[in-house]
Design a protein around this ligand. Structure first.
Ligand code: FPP
Length: 237
């Protein structure tokens, strides 16, 4: 499939769903699906960048995912641990800038340190801007933003009238990052699951039955093809 005549979204957000079912189909533990899913993430980052996508944001762990069995939570955290470490090298090689969104203060301190190291090491890279949502919830993000905002404006209540959406956006974890034009969710589920509630206000939504570990460049191209068939009006006519 040639992408030549397609408009490529600047920013794509992905809900990587279906790892557990992918593993179950193979009589393997759910955690095997997550490991495979993590490999898919790395491939998609490279494909996305080659296709001209500037920003990619993936949902790795939600504020609700702590309710999963401890073994599964531990496996996911260890995968993310490995990822943050390996990615210092990978991001140097492929010029990718990595940023974590979500409340990382609730993560183990060693993981928080790895995250900071990776973010600092990759901060000046000019390739793909890759955001990983970790202990992320859209409502939690907006509430944390509102709290920081309240502190900043407590002494300047007279300025409140002049505050615009763009000013408030600076308090979100995604400050400085343009909103995604396209959301992709794999595995047939059709919900938002508390993902980027503010940022997805005008995004096109693409749902596919493909399970995340099976998602590849061809599937990404299909999503972009779908995006190009949409008539984006932003509330106008
Ligand atoms: C949803 O599938 C997937 C997750 C909750 C975890 C996503 C994490 C990864 C792909 C690995 C680590 C990420 C990075 C950035 C390296 P599910 O387990 O809910 O699938 P199911 O609905 O089939 O059970």
């Amino acid at each position: 499939m040639s992408m030549e005549n397609y408009e490529i979204p600047r920013h794509i957000a992905i809900i990587m769903d279906g790892n557990g079912r992918w593993a179950k189909k193979r009589m393997m533990p759910r955690t095997y699906g997550h490991a495979q899913g993590s490999k898919t993430v790395e491939k998609i980052c490279e494909d996305a960048y080659r296709m001209g996508i500037e920003y990619l944001t993936v949902y790795a762990f939600s504020t609700e995912n702590w309710q999963r069995p401890k073994e599964e939570v531990d496996t996911l955290m260890n995968l993310l641990r490995d990822y943050m470490k390996d990615c210092i090298k990978t991001s140097k090689k492929n010029n990718m800038r990595v940023r974590i969104i979500g409340d990382i203060t609730k993560l183990d301190t060693d993981l928080q340190e790895s995250i900071k190291k990776l973010e600092e090491a990759s901060a000046n890279n000019t390739g793909l801007k890759f955001q990983v949502a970790l202990n992320y919830g859209g409502r939690d993000e907006i509430l944390r933003a509102a709290k920081k905002f309240a502190v900043d404006y407590a002494a300047n209540l007279s300025e409140l009238d002049a505050v615009r959406e763009a000013d408030f956006e600076n308090y979100l974890d995604t400050a400085g990052i343009p909103s995604p034009e396209l959301l992709i969710r794999t595995s047939g589920e059709v919900r938002l699951s508390n993902y980027l509630l503010w940022q997805l206000a005008y995004a096109e939504f693409y749902f596919t039955d493909v399970l995340w570990p099976d998602f590849d460049k061809k599937e990404l191209q299909k999503a972009i093809e779908y995006y190009n068939k949409r008539d984006r009006r932003f509330g106008g006519v």
